[in-house]
Design a binder for this molecule. Structure first.
Ligand code: SF4
Ligand code: SF4
Ligand code: SF4
Length: 279
């Protein structure tokens, strides 16, 4: 019973975090959209993680699509809000505290201090497709020499927006929308090709995704993380074999190998025969 309650607490914290953001933004910006938006995302995430931790295997995929499609199709395509990195730079430089700036502040800058890379495990619209590919467990060790690509994409994204402002084109918003559509198509193509070539569904996340430059530093301090009960661990190594992100979760320290890569997918917890891993 005590263990069940302890497992429930992080989920409640996530839900309260999103509700806090929802109510605060609703009241301070006087826009009820934010109450709906963050309540929807927070409830979907909390419910999905809860059901998934209760062995409903479909739950993580359902949440990925529920949040991913909402953000990509409804906010991105229908409402034309660019939630990609370019959107973040654009609204930031415009001095507008809305849309992508709020999304990044919540999910990718402040949120990871609480739930690490939970965004990557449960809500990212790119990964919701990559996770359908045939290599959930990487076939080979991490290719460290490819890590520089994410920095290049980060600089290109920033450069694109700086260029938009420098040229001061009248149709900046339209060009931002084009960047959102084209950027997403290119990301999907690159992610699928990388996954098939490297036999690793999460190859894009490991080597190409520029957003990890925001996600990784805060994830190091994440309150929610996979923890080890040393006294029951037999050292069998089954957990490490199923990790899609090459994390050494058997090292209890925060400096564990690839610790900031953990997407909280709970595969290692599922696999452990002695239930030595927990959140
Ligand atoms: S690393 Fe990037 S592409 Fe992968 S899940 Fe996270 S945000 Fe999405
Ligand atoms: S398998 Fe465990 S350590 Fe690896 S990403 Fe998933 S939750 Fe994190
Ligand atoms: S699967 Fe469980 S028992 Fe085996 S090494 Fe991992 S934590 Fe320890």
């Amino acid at each position: 019973m005590k263990e069940r309650l302890r497992g429930f607490l992080p989920i409640l914290l996530i839900w309260l975090f999103f509700e806090g953001v929802a109510v605060t933004l609703w009241l301070t910006l006087d826009q009820i959209f934010y109450l709906f938006n963050f309540s929807y995302i927070g409830t979907a995430l909390a419910l999905g993680i809860f059901l998934y931790s209760r062995k409903h295997r479909f739950a993580r995929r359902v949440v990925q699509f529920a949040v991913g499609c909402y953000m990509l199709i409804y906010l991105g395509v229908i409402c034309r809000e660019n939630m990609q990195l370019e959107g973040f730079w654009y609204y930031l430089f415009s001095g507008v505290f809305e849309a992508a700036v709020i999304h990044y502040a919540v999910a990718k800058l402040a949120g990871p201090f609480l739930f690490g890379r939970g965004w990557c495990g449960y809500a990212c619209w790119s990964a919701m497709i990559f996770d359908l590919l045939p290599y959930p467990v990487p076939a080979a060790p991490r290719k460290k020499h490819l890590g520089w690509i994410r920095y290049l994409l980060f600089v290109l994204s920033l450069g694109y927006v700086i260029l938009l402002f420098a040229l001061n084109l009248p149709q900046k918003e339209s060009l931002l929308f084009v960047a959102f559509i084209v950027g997403n198509i290119l990301y999907y193509l690159a992610g699928i090709i990388a996954a098939l070539l490297l036999k690793d569904n999460r190859a894009f996340c490991k080597y190409l995704c520029p957003i990890t430059l925001f996600l990784k530093p805060a994830s190091y301090f994440s309150l929610l993380r996979i923890q080890l009960r040393k006294e029951t661990c037999t050292g069998c190594g089954k957990c490490r074999k199923v990790c899609p992100m090459d994390v050494d979760m058997t090292d209890p320290s925060r400096r564990r190998k690839n610790g900031t890569e953990c997407i909280l997918c709970m595969k290692c917890m599922e696999e452990c025969p002695t239930r030595s891993l927990h959140l």
